[in-house]
Write a protein that binds this ligand. Structure first.
Ligand code: SF4
Ligand code: SF4
Length: 298
């Protein structure tokens, strides 16, 4: 399909319900941000309304965004605001740990804006948040979606040393389209290097995500999957790019859900990924806990 009109399968349910309101209130009280809200994620209603705290990975999921709601980079697909960086909130690691308990999550996803403005690009703060959660809630599974830290291995190592359960870093798109899709400071090889380092230096599961709809060819998607697998990536997600506003890149194509199912089979059966979440509405953290528990712990 090569139309830019949004197809029916991308119609989303607006967020509502008691769980949604409760989580929002908890976040506001602690001055915390989530990717779910900042990036206008299409799954917000579904993820936040999940029954929470069941201990089986099927609880509500929220992706906390650390270090503020403004990014030092400007990717052309992303709805997060650029510039005007604020100092870090030293209470944030403890606040996130409190919120995790209050909301009743059993699988938490942490990500952050990029903080190229800070001496350690925020790696220490990120690691402290992981430790704070793990110390207070030893049974909880923590997935982190980290920046590239400009490829600085000592910074990536700070995250590895905090021992999260999954370390994700997104290649976002195929090699040819890295720019214009991503900020010029990002890059295909740099991102693959981060994933490879995690695989080389730890037993932590690695994960990446690819958006479709920027005009990539099938052979490029296949190559990207193969490159990630070669660097030791365990889990991959594929989802449709949705244009946040007229200031962002146009959608070049909407693929039918059947195409996503084909990519899932290719990734799992041909290339050997542990699992692949693939569908138009899938995002990096989509059903992250449920799928991880199913694939790894059951
Ligand atoms: Fe939040 Fe991730 Fe769910 Fe989107 S898919 S609502 S970012 S937890
Ligand atoms: Fe968005 Fe790019 Fe910043 Fe990530 S690095 S928050 S994708 S602008």
């Amino acid at each position: 399909m090569s139309t830019t009109r949004k197809p029916d399968w991308l119609k989303m349910r607006p967020p509502s319900g008691r769980e949604f309101a409760g989580i929002r209130e908890t976040l506001r009280e602690r001055n915390l941000h989530t990717v779910c809200e900042e990036a206008n994620c299409p799954n917000l209603g579904k993820c936040w309304s999940g029954g929470a705290g069941t201990g089986d990975g099927e609880g509500g999921t929220a992706t906390f965004m650390l270090m503020g709601d403004r990014c030092s980079r400007a990717c052309n697909f992303c709805d997060v605001q650029t510039g005007g960086m604020e100092p870090l909130d030293p209470d944030e690691p403890a606040n996130v740990a409190d919120a995790v308990a209050e909301i009743g999550l059993d699988y938490v996803v942490l990500t952050s804006v990029d903080r190229d403005d800070l001496p350690d690009q925020g790696a220490g703060h990120f690691a402290e948040t992981i430790r704070e959660i793990k110390d207070r809630h030893p049974g909880i599974l923590v997935e982190v979606l980290i920046p590239d830290f400009q490829g600085e291995e000592r910074l990536v190592r700070k995250i590895i040393d905090a021992e999260p359960d999954v370390i994700a870093h997104n290649v976002e798109t195929v090699e040819r389209l890295q720019f214009p899709v991503r900020d010029r400071r990002a890059g295909y090889e740099q991102s693959l290097g981060v994933l490879e380092q995690v695989d080389r230096e730890s037993d932590i599961y690695t994960k990446t995500s690819i958006m479709l709809g920027h005009g990539e060819y099938d052979h490029e998607v296949y190559q990207t999957l193969a490159d990630c697998r070669e660097r030791g990536v365990d889990v991959v997600t594929l989802g449709q790019y949705l244009r946040p506003s007229r200031d962002h890149l146009e959608v070049q194509r909407y693929d039918h859900p059947a195409k996503y199912e084909t990519w899932r089979r290719v990734a799992e059966e041909e290339l050997g990924f542990l699992y692949c979440a693939s569908g138009p509405m899938v995002r990096s953290s989509y059903k992250a806990g449920e799928l991880f528990v199913d694939a790894v712990l059951r």
